[in-house]
Design a protein around this ligand. Structure first.
Ligand code: LLP
Length: 429
């Protein structure tokens, strides 16, 4: 489900017209649907109902305080990757005791901050890090709860920049090295409490098979670690893919309704049906770290067309959002549907490039894509921009960051102000 659809010829987010939001707040503008975020959280929770579990939302996907607060009120824990994300979670009313801390390069300051806040587990990515964590915890007179991230060497079959579970990736500890590492940690590291095991094989997985392969491979290991070291949890990571193409599906007929084979959804129900029977009797608490699944289709980036430029080879629609606002197409060849805020009256499509104002040839949102006509002054929505959208935005070309709006039913709340020119130079001496 997602909360975006045409009503009487205008694109709405829940009960609010995007056109009116664009007029009131300007563009580029991120708009999120609270109902969609909640719906996704509840559906995942239900799909895992047969097993003792906790959803630790991957904060990196969208760390707006209001999004975090919404998820905290629904009972989410949080998977963080920096001291900054922990700070945000705490500010949003999240409980550090329900936070896991991932990442290959935790600094001393971050470790101390997380120890002081009493997080649930450090998800450690190397023996060197585990030894350092033991040392810092000792200095503070604390015991650090930890899980090691196992790299199961499974091909997630996703874009190479977001695949993490193969031996050649920098993440985690080799599958074969895990038993000895736990044994050494138990014998030699008095300030570590081995609390669990973690894995995550990649992001935007659109098939259940790699999940099954990884889970089946790691089950004997996690059972042995429970028997030997009394671990209590197994985090099976995030990575559940979403539909980027045809994201206005739900039966609405139109030019966007053809769905590429490669983008068929991995439904959350299937994820639950396949995984729950395999993991429910392990006697372990199962943690999940979804980011994109919760927020991806819950957000759009609204941008206005500035110019139409007809070159000899192509027609360019130049819009006021750029790769600094949404970098996924440039960085991962990510596909985002482009949908006019006013429903097209004609079914005619023209091949265009939609590009931003940044001085880079990689600054495009689509190339040679058949789209319905829109003209300078018209606004369009870049769909499925709720995950890894605003959080990856930058001030490149000295462009102020866009504003963010959270819609709940008929209420639209400005949850982050658009940056001003003064904001751009704040902190510079
Ligand atoms: N857990 C760990 C340890 C992770 O590294 C990640 C994502 C997640 C959970 C959440 O994965 P998700 O459920 O969102 O797939 N910027 C890229 C995605 C990078 C993902 C990084 N790690 C993109 O825009 O596609």
């Amino acid at each position: 489900m997602h909360g975006f659809s045409y009503r009487n010829g205008e694109l709405f987010c829940e009960d609010v017209s995007l056109k009116s939001l664009a007029e009131e707040h300007g563009t580029p503008l991120y708009v999120y649907s609270a109902g969609t975020i909640t719906d996704h959280f509840i559906r995942l929770d239900k799909a895992l109902a047969g097993v003792d579990h906790e959803i630790a939302y991957a904060v990196k996907a969208n760390s707006n305080l209001s999004v975090l607060r919404l998820l905290a009120t629904k009972g989410a824990g949080f998977d963080i990757v920096s001291g900054g994300e922990l700070f945000r979670v705490i500010k949003a009313g999240g409980d550090p005791a329900h936070c896991t801390f991932a990442g290959v390069g935790k600094t001393r300051a971050e470790i101390i901050y997380a120890l002081e806040q009493g997080i649930y587990s450090f998800n450690v990515e190397s023996e060197e890090e585990l030894r350092y964590l033991n040392e810092v915890a000792g200095e503070l007179g604390k015991i650090a709860p930890a899980a090691v991230r196992v790299n199961p060497n499974v091909d997630a079959k996703t874009h190479k920049y977001i695949s993490t579970g193969k031996s050649e990736n920098k993440f985690g500890v080799d599958f074969t090295a895990i038993p000895d590492l736990y044994a050494r940690a138990a014998a030699e590291l008095p300030n570590i409490r081995l609390r669990g095991l973690q894995m995550h094989i990649g992001s935007q997985l659109t098939s259940i098979d790699p999940f099954i392969e990884a889970v089946e491979k790691v089950i004997p290991m996690v059972s042995a670690l429970k028997a030997k070291h009394g671990i209590e949890f197994w985090s099976i990571g995030g990575g559940i893919g979403i539909v980027y193409q045809d994201s206005l599906q739900s039966g609405t007929p139109g030019w966007w309704s053809s769905k590429a084979e490669s983008e068929r959804p991995l439904t959350i129900e299937k994820y639950g049906q396949e995984l729950v029977p395999r993991i429910k009797d392990l006697g372990l608490k199962i943690l999940l770290e979804p980011g994109r699944y919760i927020v991806g289709n819950a957000g759009v980036l609204v941008t206005r067309c500035l110019y139409e430029k007809k070159g000899s080879a192509k027609t360019f629609k130049i819009v006021d959002a750029g790769m600094n606002d949404l970098i996924r197409p440039a960085l991962y060849e990510g596909h985002h549907e482009i949908v006019p805020l006013i429903e097209p009256t004609s079914s005619e499509l023209t091949k265009v490039d939609v590009v931003g104002p940044i001085c880079e040839s990689g600054d495009f949102f689509c190339q040679d894509r058949p789209l319905p006509d829109f003209q300078p002054g018209d606004a369009v929505a870049l769909m499925s921009a709720g995950a890894y959208g605003f959080v990856m935005a930058s001030n490149y070309n000295s462009r102020p960051l866009p504003a963010e709006i959270l819609v709940e039913g008929g209420d639209a709340t400005l949850v982050r102000k658009r940056q001003t020119l003064e904001d751009l130079i704040e902190g510079e001496l």
